[in-house]
Design a protein around this ligand. Structure first.
Ligand code: HEM
Length: 393
């Protein structure tokens, strides 16, 4: 039974199957009712780094920003982080939170991860020093149409799981767990294809293979992903999240022919292959930005997204972990990407790339950033610690 799970959902080494252990069943009687299945896989909460960043993205997500009450102190912040640590550890392992009203829903962690971040005001409330990058990104007036309702925030919960019910349940428990110490500022829900695998990579709502060129998550790029000794002590082994809500105009995209679409990215639609490689060779063949066609023009257009976005220096890399959203009501599309990027220093690593995109990316015809937020992602909680231990104690 369980061996087959690995084939079902790209279940990584950090994933554990619940339901076959008596301890798990004692912790949540609802597990007795069902055979172990893919919905009973749990990811590890404890560790030097938080979960939910480098593991395979689950198929459903909610990004929730909260604002601390105006009366917040370091002590109230510590209370929030203590409750969240306890509840997240329970929920990720298939156990109900302390005040759970629907413990049955907790029995299906479905690879749930909850990743906690803090905004600049929270660091100030804690009396700590924030890294210089923990601030709104610089404005990109040529493309930005930012709305306050999708921007900023004092605290962030990235809640992702392979079941939308699990995401909902965790969100509800964690938000209500803050009582009147914090209030929700915005919620952004997203989804990915639940059948993604290496052979069936993520496709965004434009139909493009997305998320191909990525930093390595197995060590060599760690200094790009995680805050190191040069960052504040309380953030060591933490990260930074840039969340851009980017609207994709599906109505005008419908009017673009396939040649125009492929040219705008520099890759083919059927298989994600770069235009400089043979059709059908797949997304993983490196693109050749110097290649020219018979007329001497660049094969990958000067404004093609993969040219604008390509790193021009070794440090210009970040991990993309986006979710699609669709909040359309009526015939006009309101859909796009919750573009989530993780790195150690967004100003140094992310902003130059975003600037090149703003300066002349062909995709800008169809995409518009409507929200933007930057959070410091806390280090993980080791045994006996709470999230943000070094920030609030
Ligand atoms: C590559 C789509 C926004 C950074 C790509 C690719 C697609 C794509 C289809 C090619 C496959 C891949 O390597 O993933 C989109 C869409 C966007 C969007 C639809 C907006 C709705 C952004 C933004 C950034 C960004 C805002 C960063 C500021 C990158 C990077 C690559 C990439 C770094 C890899 C470039 C390379 O080949 O080296 N994107 N993207 N993208 N995108 Fe985007």
């Amino acid at each position: 039974g369980l061996a087959g799970l690995a084939a079902v959902g790209g279940v990584g080494a950090c994933t554990r199957a619940l339901g076959d252990s008596d301890a798990d069943k004692a912790a949540n009687p609802a597990l007795e009712m069902c055979l172990p299945g893919p919905e009973h896989t749990a990811r590890e909460f404890r560790g030097p780094r938080q979960a939910g960043i480098i593991e395979d993205p689950q198929s459903h997500g909610a990004f929730v920003a909260l604002d601390l009450a105006t009366t917040a102190t370091r002590d109230t912040l510590r209370r929030i982080l203590k409750v969240w640590t306890d509840d997240i550890e329970r929920l990720m392992s298939g156990r109900p939170s302390l005040t759970d009203q629907e413990p049955e829903l907790a029995a299906s962690p479905a690879n749930l991860t909850v990743t906690v971040g803090v905004g600049p005001r929270t660091v100030a409330v804690a009396g700590a020093t924030a890294p210089a990058w923990l601030a709104p990104l610089p404005a990109f007036p040529s493309i930005d149409r930012l709305e306050p309702r999708w921007s900023g925030g004092d605290l962030l919960l990235q809640i992702t799981a392979d079941s939308p019910t699990t995401v909902h349940h965790a969100q509800r428990r964690l938000v209500s767990g803050t009582g009147d110490l914090a209030a929700v500022r915005w919620v952004q829900r997203g989804f990915r294809d639940p059948f993604e695998t290496a052979k069936r990579p993520m496709r965004n709502l434009f139909g493009q293979v997305d998320g191909t060129v990525q930093p390595r998550t197995d060590g060599p790029d760690d200094a790009r992903l995680w805050v190191g000794a040069d960052g504040p002590e309380w953030l060591r082994d933490g990260s930074a999240l840039v969340l851009r809500r980017i609207r994709m105009n599906l109505d005008t995209w419908d009017e673009a022919d396939r040649g125009t679409r492929e040219n705008a990215v520099g890759r083919r639609l059927p298989d994600g292959s770069p235009l400089t490689a043979k059709a059908g060779s797949g997304p993983d063949v490196p693109s050749d930005l110097s290649a020219t066609n018979s007329l001497g023009f660049p094969t990958i257009h000067e404004g093609a997204h993969i040219r604008r976005a390509a790193a021009t220096a070794a440090h210009e890399v970040f991990l993309r972990r986006p979710y699609s959203y669709d909040d359309s009501v009526g015939s006009t599309s309101d859909a796009g990407l919750l573009f989530a990027a993780y790195c150690a220093d967004p100003v140094r690593q992310f902003v130059p790339v975003q600037q090149r995109i703003a300066d002349g990316d062909l995709l800008n015809t169809w995409i518009t950033p409507v929200g933007s937020a930057v959070f410091a992602i806390l280090p993980g909680a080791r045994d006996g610690e709470i999230l943000g231990q070094a920030l609030v104690t």
